[in-house]
Design a protein around this ligand. Structure first.
Ligand SMILES: Nc1ncnc2c1ncn2[C@@H]1O[C@H](COP(=O)(O)OP(=O)(O)OP(=O)(O)O)[C@@H](O)[C@H]1O
Ligand SMILES: [Mg+2]
Length: 172
């Protein structure tokens, strides 16, 4: 499909192991530092993997208004920034099947001034932006608090310096 860029030059992968929910929130704060308005974050991982927890850390790092909780029933929640800074658009795409349903949400409306996070976004929202940060969260055998997280920056927005900054923060 035109406009989608999943070519192999986007082979960079950042892997981190998180020891508990606080570490997951801390990674979310790293995302607040590394991301900028217009970015699209595509979160994947099973039920309870920590997608909303990660987004909560991102919201805290941005300083947006409103509690970041699961948008499962509202599908999408917009968190403005109290001083006109970067907002957060938080989406749960679990129940959304078709591209038409995604497009009906008008996610791109206001997205230039926001960071957009889509839980369960893989194979659903790639058409929205040629550049994306895919984040896969995996549970770890034998440790209910641990998560392995794989971050894949895709597309021209993610210049090497941006990837390095994210890697440094995520690995600290
Ligand atoms: N390292 C960890 N990171 C995040 N959450 C963790 C971690 N360890 C344990 N947990 C627990 O796992 C749960 C994660 O819930 P959360 O709502 O963030 O998951 P989710 O991936 O958004 O789930 P859903 O698919 O239902 O939206 C919380 O109860 C949290 O306390
Ligand atoms: Mg969730």
């Amino acid at each position: 499909m035109s406009g989608i860029d999943d070519t192999p030059h986007d082979a960079t992968v950042i892997e981190v192991t998180l020891t508990g929910p606080a570490a997951t929130e801390a990674l979310g704060r790293c995302l607040a530092l590394a991301c900028r308005p217009g970015d699209l974050l595509v979160l994947n991982g099973d039920l309870g993997a920590g997608k909303t927890t990660l987004t909560r850390g991102l919201g805290a790092g941005l300083g947006v208004r409103g509690a970041v909780t699961s948008p499962t029933f509202v599908v999408a929640r917009r968190h403005p920034h109290p001083e006109g800074g970067t907002a957060l658009i938080h989406v749960d795409a679990y129940r959304l099947g078709s591209r038409a349903e995604i497009d009906d949400l008008d996610l791109l409306d206001g997205a230039d001034a926001a960071i957009t996070v889509v839980e369960w976004g893989a194979d659903r929202v790639e058409h929205l932006s040629v550049s994306r940060l895919h984040i896969d969260m995996l549970e770890v055998d034998d440790d209910p608090l641990a998560r392995q997280v794989i971050l894949r920056p895709i597309g021209p927005r993610w210049a090497p310096a941006d990837v390095e900054a994210l890697t440094r923060c995520a690995s600290a």
